[in-house]
Design a protein around this ligand. Structure first.
Ligand code: ATP
Ligand code: MG
Length: 251
């Protein structure tokens, strides 16, 4: 479980995220949705300890995020940031290998290599593993970063807009991969999504943020509703019955 109690980030006197009280149960996919600037990345990076909270406490699987050593926490939770992905002269395989760092400290064992192989395969990157990152398309590079995060082999995985740059084929594949990671590997996944219909279809829970607060939290049936989404996004959204579940319609 991920548990937040009274968590706040005060960037400036005007921009304050929280206080947030939230319990995300272990297992399954939680989609984090909400407008630009709502506080989604702030929340995710505080859970992943890349950003220090100004108040409150956060625990992941019983580990107090503020009190746990980074190296220990890195075996419990992995995070893909929205930005600042480093693009250096690394191959895909080397990048994915970095995911093993908290375990191997840079010297990959046979077992680490096997996990790197699995992760590359999982994201459909076979054939690209020897390519340098600056020789990839945006979507291919995005998949390589997600492969790195999954190679960290943590029970908790936080992904900030992993569908960025992906075409519909790869976006669908990515969501299926994440669904498999949750169901087959037992991961707990928290993923920031702007595509409401992916959230509705693949997530077990949807957490909506607005103006620095969690404004709705529930099952897709409870959140993917016209009135709720219209309120969250300040934009008319209709929800209709589609062939495979409900669909949010906006244009
Ligand atoms: N380093 C910072 N200093 C000051 N304000 C910041 C900083 N980082 C973020 N903010 C502000 O905090 C608020 C929340 O930002 P955050 O990045 O968490 O939003 P988000 O929900 O992830 O949005 P997006 O969908 O655009 O990624 C915004 O108003 C943003 O301008
Ligand atoms: Mg963000």
């Amino acid at each position: 479980m991920i548990s937040l109690t009274g968590v706040e980030k005060r960037y400036t006197t005007e921009v304050r995220i929280g206080p947030i009280d939230l319990d995300l149960p272990a297992g399954g996919i939680t989609a984090l949705i909400g407008p630009n600037g709502a506080g989604k990345s702030t929340l995710l990076t505080m859970i992943g300890r890349l950003l220090e909270a100004d108040a409150g406490s956060i625990s992941v699987a019983g580990h107090d995020v503020a009190a746990t050593k980074s190296r220990e926490l890195a075996k419990v939770v992995a995070i893909l940031r929205q930005e600042n992905h480093f693009v250096t002269r690394l191959t895909v395989r080397q990048l994915v290998g970095f995911g093993r760092y908290p375990h191997s400290r840079g010297r990959l064992t046979v077992q680490d290599e096997a996990i790197v192989d699995r992760s590359i395969d999982f994201l459909g990157l076979d054939g690209l593993e020897g390519r340098y990152l600056d020789e990839l398309s945006g979507g291919q590079r995005q998949r390589a970063y997600v492969a790195m995060v999954l190679a960290q082999d943590t029970d908790y995985v936080l992904l900030d807009e992993p569908l960025n740059n992906l075409d519909i084929q790869h976006a669908v594949q990515m969501m299926r991969h994440l669904h498999r990671a949750a169901t087959e590997l037992g991961r707990t996944i928290v993923v920031v999504l702007h595509d409401i219909n992916f959230a509705g279809h693949y997530a077990d829970r949807v957490c909506a943020m607005k103006d620095g607060q969690v404004v709705a939290f529930g099952t897709p049936d409870e959140i993917i509703r016209g009135d709720v989404l219209t309120d969250i996004f300040d934009t008319p959204v209709e929800v209709v019955d589609g062939p495979r579940g409900r669909l949010a319609v906006y244009y």
